[in-house]
Structures are given as structure tokens and as C-alpha cells.
Design a protein around this ligand. Structure first.
Ligand code: LMR
Length: 334
């Protein structure tokens, strides 16, 4: 072969391989523990679609729902190690990471309305909580809503006295531990993926979750009683590996920020209706008796649970709890 044509072939090969590199999409593995048909599951799929659109296919998002890649604790470790790039753990799962202030969201009755919650997540408090993540190698991108929790068991749960001695599954939050103890129950931390079987086999007696999780995990099939207690809140922080995020080309990051903003709007807009629909489906299944608390019951629940705020002051910070209460006061609710 003549030298000239050899050089031509070599330079053509170099162009092809440079193009191949340029076209290899950046992959974001987005792992989470709930079903696709939940507010978080749908939010993740919407982000997948928008991220690919905004970056014109330069980013590919792989969504792994239902703990198919990692369970609760493992997914946090995987994110820090860079084995996955994105998660949306519940706000009750940041304690083991060493950022216990997130447990403010778990305090019973801390959010009298969703508007108070949004003032917290979208205002300076939400931002200051995200700032605490950076020393852990994590960047917080958005808060996603789910809803207020119901309690379930195989016996009616009308008043705090009904909880006495029950083994209740909780997420890894000391506030939730204190909450269950305040009701006289024995809290047990367990990964979300293990809850259905634990309820079925009697390893635990009951649990708490918003209806969307209860229904999509079929917990209502192994829990004869559900109480519409709205005693606490469950939402999420969408988080990314900081090194990965900071290392993205600026235009890609801007596209992903836009995708996240729109996916967040969507996820938050559907959360209530998804939970209402799930509750209707639980009702329609006929497998579970649903109890709405009377005013007298509500007063008893509040009396038993509100002391948890004071008890947890040292852990979460009195100033942070006060700051959240101020947001409620600013809206004229308590
Ligand atoms: C739970 O573990 O109960 C929930 O936080 C799961 C989830 O992510 O909604």
C-alpha cells in the first residue's frame, strides 16, 4: 500500500473513533425502591424521558425501580461509590448517612398542610439541608412529594392504646423510632423491599406508609386494618453523586437541571391524586377495613405524639424545628 493511502486510512479511522466517543451517551443509573406506578416511580420515568430530550440523546437514564439494583442502605453506599449516579431516597433515610437534620420531616404533624411543606422544601430550609450533603459527596437536586402516611396492622388502630406491644416496621429514622415508642409500639427498622414478606409472615405486625406505597406493594393484602391517620409525612430528596455531577459538561448539566425542574413539577402535581387513587383501590379490594379517626381519636393521637418534637430537639436542632414552625405560622396555620 502506498504511504499516502495508508495515511488516509489511518486518519479516517481516527475520525470514526472520535465520533464514536462523542456519540457514546453519558449513562445515569437512577435506582429507587418503589414501584413504577407511584409518584416517585412516575417522576423518575418522566425525568428519564425529559433528560434524554433536553440533552438530545447525549444522556441516557436507566431507571431501576423496586430495589432491583439496591436496597435502601446499599443504594446510599452505591451512590457515594459512584456505582449509581442518582437516587431519590425518602427523607427518613438520611440519618445513617450522618445528616440527621433531614429527620425533621418525620416529626409527627410537623406539616399541617402541603403548602407549609412546599415553603420548607422550596425555600431556604430546603436549600440549607441540601448544603449539608456536599461533604458526603452528594448533591441535592430536588424534593419530590409523596404524601401523608396511614397506619396499618392486622388489628384496628383507633387510639394509641391499640399500638401497645405491636412490632411496627419503620424506616431508618430515629424520629420514627421515637414516634412508634410514643405510641407504645416496638419499632423495627427494615428495608422497604422486605416489608411485604415481613408483614405476611408476622415478623412485624404493622407499618406506616402513604397509600401509594401500601397499595403498589400489595401490603393491604396482608394487613386487615388501615387507619387514615395522616400523622406524618413522606417525601424524597433526588440526589446525585457530586463528583459525577460536577464533572458533566456545563451544557449537559443545564439540560439535566431543566429536565429535573420539569419532572419535579410533574411528580409533585400527581402525588395527591396517585395517593387518592391508591386508597380507592385499597377500598375496592375489600381486603382491608379502613378507619377514619374521629376528632376524639385525633386529639389522643396528637397528645401521644407531639412530645416527640421536644424529645428529638437535641438530635435535629431546636432552631430547625422552630424555623419549620415559623413557615406554618407565616401561612397562618398550626
Ligand atoms: C419506605 O421505606 O417505607 C418508603 O420510604 C419507600 C419509599 O421510597 O417511598
Amino acid at each position: 500500500m502506498k504511504l499516502k493511502s495508508l495515511l488516509f486510512m489511518l486518519s479516517a479511522a481516527a475520525v470514526v473513533s472520535t465520533n464514536a466517543i462523542a456519540q457514546t451517551p453519558i449513562v445515569i443509573k437512577f435506582s429507587h425502591v418503589v414501584a413504577n406506578e407511584t409518584p416517585k416511580g412516575k417522576g423518575a420515568l418522566r425525568f428519564q424521558e425529559l433528560a434524554e430530550k433536553e440533552t438530545k440523546g447525549r444522556v441516557k437514564v436507566e431507571v431501576y425501580p423496586n430495589s432491583t439494583l439496591y436496597k435502601d442502605k446499599e443504594e446510599m453506599e452505591a451512590l457515594q461509590l459512584g456505582a449509581v449516579q442518582m437516587l431519590a431516597p425518602s427523607l427518613a433515610k438520611f440519618g445513617p448517612l450522618g445528616v440527621k437534620e433531614f429527620e425533621v420531616f418525620d416529626l409527627p404533624y410537623i406539616f399541617p398542610t402541603k403548602d407549609v411543606l412546599y415553603r420548607v422544601t422550596e425555600g431556604p430550609i430546603g436549600k440549607s439541608l441540601f448544603d449539608k450533603l456536599s461533604s458526603k459527596g452528594i448533591t441535592g437536586l430536588a424534593y419530590w412529594d409523596n404524601g401523608f402516611k396511614v397506619m396499618s396492622a392486622n388489628k384496628p388502630l383507633h387510639t394509641p392504646a391499640d399500638f401497645k406491644g405491636l412490632k411496627m416496621r419503620i424506616q431508618s429514622s430515629k424520629v420514627l423510632d421515637a414516634q412508634m415508642r410514643a405510641l407504645g409500639a416496638n419499632p423495627q427498622v427494615m428495608a422497604f423491599s422486605e416489608v411485604y414478606q415481613a408483614l405476611q409472615t408476622g415478623v412485624v405486625d404493622g407499618t406506616e406508609n402513604p397509600p401509594s406505597n401500601l397499595y403498589t406493594q400489595k401490603m393491604h393484602e396482608v394487613q386487615k386494618h388501615v387507619t387514615l391517620s395522616d400523622h406524618g409525612y413522606l417525601g424524597y430528596a433526588v440526589i446525585v453523586n457530586k463528583k459525577f455531577w460536577d464533572g458533566l459538561p456545563a451544557d449537559i448539566r443545564t439540560g439535566l437541571e431543566k429536565a429535573m425542574k420539569d419532572a419535579t413539577k410533574y411528580a409533585n402535581a400527581i402525588a395527591k391524586q396517585e395517593n387518592d387513587k391508591a386508597m380507592e383501590a385499597v377500598k375496592a379490594s375489600g381486603k382491608t377495613t379502613i378507619y377514619a379517626l374521629s376528632d376524639k381519636d385525633k386529639a389522643e393521637w396528637r397528645k401521644a405524639l407531639l412530645p416527640v418534637h421536644k424529645e428529638m430537639e437535641d438530635r435535629i436542632g431546636k432552631d430547625l424545628i422552630n424555623a419549620v414552625n415559623k413557615e406554618a405560622a407565616a401561612l397562618g396555620v398550626k
